[in-house]
Design a binder for this molecule. Structure first.
Ligand SMILES: [Zn+2]
Length: 188
């Protein structure tokens, strides 16, 4: 029982005691107070029930997440081993071999069902990882493995794919305009 449940239980016991007291001492004379107390008591009982339900739900979610995290750690280890064996132990986007981490082409938040798909996971350095997560286009367009990442997204999440293509297109349009400006050509 949580602290909150214990407190609620205590409040409820006090109300029930009061109800008994009124019942024994006043009986018919205080029906309104009795009714009110009974209604408060019922509300408290309902609250206790909600608390228990909430606690159970939290427990269920956290055990599911623990399992998922454990599976993901296992998959990361397999990917790392394979990358090491194939001499690809570096950032697949920029080639750096420091501060390596794992990135999901289709983001974990939006694509829960793809979280454990090995093909969705790419070895990246922390800078490239953050560039991908935060859609920092000037870095993303230089990814050596951009095509592979985009291809995976195309196969699994149409909406996300076109968001990426839009972002990249807008980035290049801006680049082009700034070149035109520097050459004194009117941008379109
Ligand atoms: Zn990198």
């Amino acid at each position: 029982m949580t602290e909150k449940q214990e407190k609620l239980q205590k409040v409820n016991n006090e109300i029930l005691e009061l109800l008994d007291y009124f019942h024994e001492n006043f009986d018919e004379e205080m029906p309104i107070i009795q009714r009110d107390l009974k209604s408060i008591s019922n509300q408290v009982i309902e609250l206790i029930g909600k608390e228990i339900k909430k606690k159970n739900m939290i427990n269920q979610i956290s055990s599911k997440e623990t399992k998922l995290r454990r599976e993901l750690t296992k998959i990361y280890a397999e990917i790392d081993q394979k990358a090491w064996d194939e001499e690809r132990w570096h950032c697949w986007s920029c080639g750096k071999s420091q501060s390596l981490t794992h990135s999901h082409a289709c983001s974990r938040g939006q694509n829960k069902e793809l979280m454990l798909d090995k093909d969705n996971i790419f070895l990246q350095c922390i800078e490239c990882h953050e560039a991908w997560e935060n859609r920092i286009w000037n870095k993303i367009v230089n990814f050596k493995n951009l095509k592979e990442m985009l291809f995976y997204v195309l196969k699994h999440n149409d909406k996300q794919f076109w968001e990426l293509i839009d972002g990249i297109t807008i980035f290049y349009e801006r680049e082009l305009n700034s070149i035109k400006e520097s050459l004194n050509i009117n941008p379109e």
